[in-house]
Write a protein that binds this ligand. Sequence first.
Ligand SMILES: Nc1ncnc2c1ncn2[C@@H]1O[C@H](COP(=O)(O)OP(=O)(O)O)[C@@H](O)[C@H]1O
Ligand SMILES: [Mg+2]
Length: 352
Amino acid sequence: MKTKLLILFGGKSAEHKVSMQTAKAVMNAVDLDLYEVHPVYIDAQGTWNKGKRLEGKVEDIKALEVHHETTSLSPFSLANEEESQVVFPLLHGPNGEDGTVQGLLELLNIPYVGNGVLASAAGMDKLAMKAIFQQAGLQQVKYEGFIRKDWEVEKPEVIDRIERNLGYPCFVKPANLGSSVGINKASDRHALEAAIEEALQFDRKIIVEQGVVAREIEIGVIGNDETSCSVVGEIVPKTEFYDYKSKYEDGDTALIIPAEIDSAIYEQVKEMATTAYKALDCSGLARMDFFLTKNNELIINEVNTMPGFTPVSMFPLLWKHSGVDYPSLINRLVELALERHEEKMKIKYTVE
Ligand SMILES: Nc1ncnc2c1ncn2[C@@H]1O[C@H](COP(=O)(O)OP(=O)(O)O)[C@@H](O)[C@H]1O
Ligand SMILES: [Mg+2]
């Protein structure tokens, strides 16, 4: 019997478009002899829509954007008696990569690919993530966090704290987002204020980090309790930093795989990535991103619990160079989802 694979994509998130690209790529790579694929499109308003069962290749992303009354679907109706059903949430950013959808799937008791509630939520919130990384002894950039209310009532104090503790240039980010949306580099007070105002449009929580001059290297991790690491890749953006445009529009950011780094550094990246994975209690997959300074100092930047996943994205490419091609990666992630679910089914929920 084929495993029924429900692919969730789109989403009420600034990363909606990115998710559409990923969904198309995954649907065109899954082995239809192994899986019965059912697309579930979540539109920009957050309505779930049931697409037609996949019969062949998806030529046009537009064909995946089904949203009319007849297709709308209650997320709760995903639960059914079918044993061999797995959900693959290909959602980036809030309302998908942040533990909300994972919580729903936990309640419905459906196996799903990737990280659980805690890792997803903590990985999405850069302040929570940094607190956990700090506790795990991982080297990070200096940072400051605050909420909208702080900005409204004590703006001069907030600015003063940033200037004293971090200085310029600094990076202003919405705490809960990805794909560089709402992120700006500020080199003076005027730019800092503008950057904060912009970031506040995307979140009520802001993180400001000291800017570092460093190479950007990334590694893939897959697994549940036992993990494996991919080779390391390097990102060389043509723009001033790896912003939204350079990620998705220009297409001329160079990805160097494997990155040219010493083997001792590679070992250290693997060790730090594994520590980070365990500290966040990740499962399934994650991409861990680092800064490597001129003095060979390794600094963890962030985790992505649902990394970019098109065949030309860093995560699948890292695995390809590590001997796991795109369709095999999908199969492995589904296996890990089932393994995690089986373990959950052994948990006792009653006491005598
Ligand atoms: N502290 C920093 N110093 C230097 N560059 C940074 C810093 N933080 C972010 N950047 C640049 O901005 C990009 C996006 O930041 P990141 O924290 O990875 O956000 P996202 O979750 O949106 O990917 C990074 O890939 C890097 O190019
Ligand atoms: Mg990033």
